[in-house]
Ligand binder design. Structure first.
Ligand SMILES: [Zn+2]
Length: 474
């Protein structure tokens, strides 16, 4: 029998807010443990929550970016559970009336355009951070109560590649939209992954297994692949799949059972009595819609249609928001779009990896990169000199023209110098000269290489070719 996997993701995204969701404590990564706390986020009896308007705005904007409808009226609920990371013993969340409903995300999966549907986005608060050390557990409440939204997809993905494409696109949209920094290492984006399998053709979903709290895209892909194989194996051997929560053991590359039969009623959701419902007017929604930034897909289309870049370049440049912003800024200062794209994808990208410095933290600026492109386009420096120049600008900064002069990087088009190198190349390579005269056009490259070497890369290639051809009587 053939099986089909159905995968849904519940992705928690930490919003970029200054303060926490229901109190004025600072939202700050890396602060001394338990310093950004107050009676509200420590769950003192009688402390009252106050909504963070900016978090509501960011959640709704995330919804608009994903094509969701914004609920004119949504409300808060308590999700009850007992665990040290939630001092109140309940989490404030939204059960049946979330801020955003419906929505979709369209992206490419292995060259095919796919649309994945989103069920809802609700606003909630984060739990504290537990650290388990030998014989003891430590709790840091700095994270307790920070703004967290949950983006719930439908079980509309059918492979680990679908899930990876969805997460990658979602991360990009959240970053471009200014909703979250989506720093995976800091836990800004974590997903619960639901996996079930069913015989191809069957409508009902199989029993789902939930793998909780994963922040690495690579591990999510591994866990999905393992779980699909495991479930098919169990069914084919006559077993049944239990609805359960499983963890992923990254060392062994396997999922393992954690708890079974957990359902929504276990949490005894009930309305939060301390907060009023959220009412959002149509004017407010239109105001937010007008403030939405350009998304990666729109930006890619603009690079292709307006700047004439290949699709490939547009994809690479928009993969990271910071790179694409640097590209846009550079293109305000030069029209050599393709050259700028080549340098960002080539030399600059390799410097970022090699030196472990982001473009923003490097000494290179949009202004200096634009000047490099102009120097190449105008024939002042060669492509290889451009790479050398970019390295200097990246690590030390400075004025491109002054560096070209100081380091003698300018191309030599001056005939007298080129003549000497060309004559030497011809005299030193009789075989290549003979082959060229016998009709092997490519053998001129050997001579060209000698001239470039003698000039230490500064000879102007088109001028060299023209001169060699003239001397060889072609
Ligand atoms: Zn607080």
């Amino acid at each position: 029998m053939k099986y089909e996997a159905c995968i849904g993701l519940e992705t928690h995204v930490m919003q970029k807010t200054q303060t926490k969701m229901f109190c004025g404590c600072k939202h700050e990564y890396g602060a001394k443990p338990n310093t950004n706390v107050c009676p509200v986020c420590l769950g003192y009896p009688g402390a009252l929550p106050v909504m963070n308007a900016r978090a509501i705005e960011l959640c709704c904007k995330a919804g608009l970016l994903l094509g969701c409808g914004i609920n004119p009226r949504s409300k808060w609920d308590r999700k009850n559970y007992f665990y040290p990371d939630m001092a109140k013993n309940y989490q404030i969340t939204q059960a049946d009336e979330p801020l955003c409903l419906g929505g979709q995300l369209t992206t490419e999966v292995a060259g095919e355009t796919k649309t994945f549907t989103i069920e809802r986005i609700h606003q909630e608060e984060n739990a504290a951070k537990n650290t388990h050390i030998s014989g003891a557990s430590l709790v840091d409440y700095n994270r307790a109560g920070t703004a967290l939204m949950e983006i719930v997809s439908n079980p509309c993905m059918h492979s680990s590649s679908d899930a990876l494409a969805y997460m990658t696109a979602l991360k990009q949209i959240m970053e471009y939209g200014g909703i979250s920094d989506c720093d995976l290492e800091k836990g800004h984006m974590r997903s619960d992954v639901n996996v079930s399998v069913r015989p191809v053709g069957q409508k009902e979903l199989g029993a789902k297994v939930e793998i909780k709290n994963m922040n690495s895209f690579g591990f999510i892909v591994e866990a999905i692949e393992y779980e699909i194989d495991r479930q098919i194996g169990v069914i084919e051997n006559g077993g049944t799949i239990d609805q359960e929560t499983r963890g992923y053991d990254t060392d062994r590359g396997e999922t393992f059972s954690q708890r079974t039969k957990e359902d929504a009623h276990d949490y005894r959701y009930f309305p939060e009595p301390d907060l009023l419902p959220v009412e959002i007017s149509a004017e407010q929604i239109e105001q937010w819609r007008s403030e939405l930034p350009e998304l990666p897909a729109q930006r890619r289309a603009r690079y292709v249609s307006e700047l004439g870049l290949p699709e490939y370049d547009a994809g690479v440049l928009t993969a990271e928001k910071a790179v694409s912003e640097f590209f846009d800024e550079t293109c305000q200062k030069t029209k050599q779009y393709k050259l700028v794209s080549n340098y960002l994808m080539g030399k600059v990208a390799s410097l970022v990896t090699e030196k472990e410095i982001s473009i923003a933290d490097s000494e290179l600026t949009a202004e200096t990169l634009a000047q490099v492109a102009e120097l190449v386009a105008g024939g002042t420096i060669s492509s290889s000199a451009a790479n050398e120049l970019i390295e200097v600008l990246f690590t030390e900064g400075g004025d491109p023209k002054a560096i070209v002069e100081e380091k003698g990087m300018a191309q030599v088009s001056d005939d007298s110098a080129l003549e000497i190198w060309a004559d030497e190349a011809i005299a030193g390579n009789p075989k290549a000269v003979e082959a060229y005269k016998a009709g092997n056009a490519a053998s001129i490259n050997a001579l060209m290489g000698c001239v470039m070497k003698a000039s230490r890369g500064k000879a102007n290639p088109p001028a060299v070719i023209a001169l060699l051809k003239k001397k060889l009587g072609a």
